[in-house]
Design a binder for this molecule. Structure first.
Ligand code: SF4
Length: 463
């Protein structure tokens, strides 16, 4: 019985789990108010990413492209960034923040976006936009290293390091870096903070990605993190990054530059990790955990207990997606006596080996578990098709749905992107509410499968 961490031992990728680094940077940029990012690359680097955002959130988001063509590969295309910034500022008078996000092509060409930002700051912005507050931020996200996860991590750090300032007294707030989450997660995190009476700067504040349809007919969604929020991160009493790989870099930056204590993870998925999250807030702020949260915890534990022993225990699960989500879900499955036998992480971050949560899994798991890095969907499919892997449940995003469909395995959608289930973004996976939702989703999915397959246990109504 062992838990093995290993990399996919095959060159090439068959049906990737992740997309590339610039997608992560684009996700961060749509979380900032009065911000439109320019992606320095081909149009597809924006078009397909915007499409996935819209598919997942059922909203429209604004992102620009420098729109390279063949000549750029030979002569470079910094002039298109210069034109792009000018056009963007003319067209959108409210825009104050313009991240310039690189891609594989412009990193290979070697376009010097830091140099062009310097030129624009000293030229165009002073001459034509002297009366406007405009911030140009370089974000280097070549797609031939990392993934959308590392792109997110880099971009959060670049936004924070651009704006964070230490001004006078500590502001009494904590920074909470959510990572790549859903509006429902932000709502849950804010609710926990409110019950603890803790003031926080939530980065990035994307609760509004679940936008209302208003009488004036607004059509565009954007996040609510402001320049002032980002500036104030340098004056906080501490930073909690919910995810290690999606915001951890920024938390460490604030600790190093401004001496702001950082707590990175664990991702508050499940009861155990939510308890730790609340204890960390208590430690950082001195605020007690109120009785109301003890009660909420109790309701979640009661709901989960009703399901665990009878339906969830012993079920074999495969989980794929972003590392913090996958690891958090695996921990939660273990707490519910399930058997997460296969974890698939879609990139090859070398620090996975030193992740304390993975170390804990390696030391304590009492069944055979594989954690595959740099994984693709073929890693999952070949185990089912060719190696006889039997699964009761698959947890992951919509891009892998063809495997459970083809092999008749129940699946719970979780992660990003999910576009084939209604209202998915509205429900949290973090906090006590998230633990309840996840456990009930898993159980209901298994119930539906039992009905569909005429499983006697369910037909007889033993519950
Ligand atoms: S792999 Fe390169 S070309 Fe393709 S979307 Fe990513 S950055 Fe753009």
């Amino acid at each position: 019985m062992s838990c093995e961490l290993k990399s996919k031992d095959r060159a090439g990728v068959i049906n990737p789990i992740f997309t590339c680094q610039p997608a992560g940077a684009q996700f961060v940029s749509i979380g900032v108010k009065d911000c439109i990012g320019i992606v320095h690359g081909g149009q597809g680097c924006v078009m397909f990413v915007r499409l996935i955002f819209s598919q997942h959130f059922k909203e429209s988001f604004e992102l620009a492209s420098s729109s390279l063509h063949e000549d750029a590969a030979v002569f470079g295309a910094l002039h298109r960034v210069e034109q792009g910034v000018d056009v963007l500022l003319m067209r959108y008078p409210h825009v104050k923040v313009v991240p310039i996000i690189t891609t594989c092509s412009t990193e290979i060409i070697g376009d010097d976006i830091d140099g062009v930002i310097l030129k624009l700051n000293n030229g165009l912005l002073k001459e034509k936009y002297a009366d406007r507050e405009v911030h140009l931020i370089s974000i280097h996200t070549p797609s031939f290293v990392g993934s959308m996860i590392s792109g997110y991590d880099i971009a959060v750090k670049d936004f924070v390091s651009h704006f964070a300032q230490k001004e006078g007294m500590v502001n009494g707030k904590i920074n909470v870096i959510t990572g790549w989450v859903n509006p429902g997660d932000v709502t849950e995190v804010k609710s926990l903070l409110k019950e603890m009476q803790v003031e926080a700067t939530v980065l990035f504040e994307i609760e509004t990605f679940d936008s209302p349809m208003m009488p004036d007919g607004n059509h565009i969604s954007h996040g609510e993190t402001t320049i002032d929020d980002l500036r104030s991160t340098g004056n906080a009493i501490g930073t909690i990054a919910l995810n290690r790989y999606e915001g951890g870099k920024a938390a460490l930056y604030l600790e190093k530059e401004f001496d702001i204590p950082a707590i990175i993870g664990p991702t508050p998925i499940g009861i155990r990790n939510t308890d730790t999250f609340l204890q960390n807030i208590k430690k950082m702020t001195g605020k007690p955990i109120p009785e109301s949260l003890v009660r909420k915890r109790g309701i979640a534990v009661d709901a989960i207990t009703d399901l665990t022993h009878m339906f969830l225990a012993g079920k074999k699960v495969a989980i794929y997606g972003s590392p913090d989500l996958v690891i958090g879900l695996a921990q939660f499955c273990l707490d519910m006596e399930m058997l997460p036998v296969l974890l698939l992480l879609g990139d090859d971050n070398t620090s996975y080996a030193s992740d304390p949560r993975i170390r804990e899994l390696k030391e304590n798991v009492e069944f055979n578990m594989e954690i595959i890095t740099n994984a693709d969907f073929w890693e999952l499919e070949t185990r089912i098709k060719n190696d006889g892997l039997e699964l009761d449940l698959i947890l992951g995003h919509s891009k892998g749905r063809f495997i459970p469909i083809d092999y008749n395995i129940p699946m719970v959608r979780v992660g990003f992107p999910v576009y084939d289930r209604a209202g998915h973004y509205r429900y949290p996976v973090v906090g006590y509410a998230g633990a309840t939702w996840l456990a009930e989703q898993m159980a209901n999915t298994l119930f539906t499968d039992m009905e569909y397959k005429h499983n006697k246990e369910w037909v007889l109504g033993v519950w």
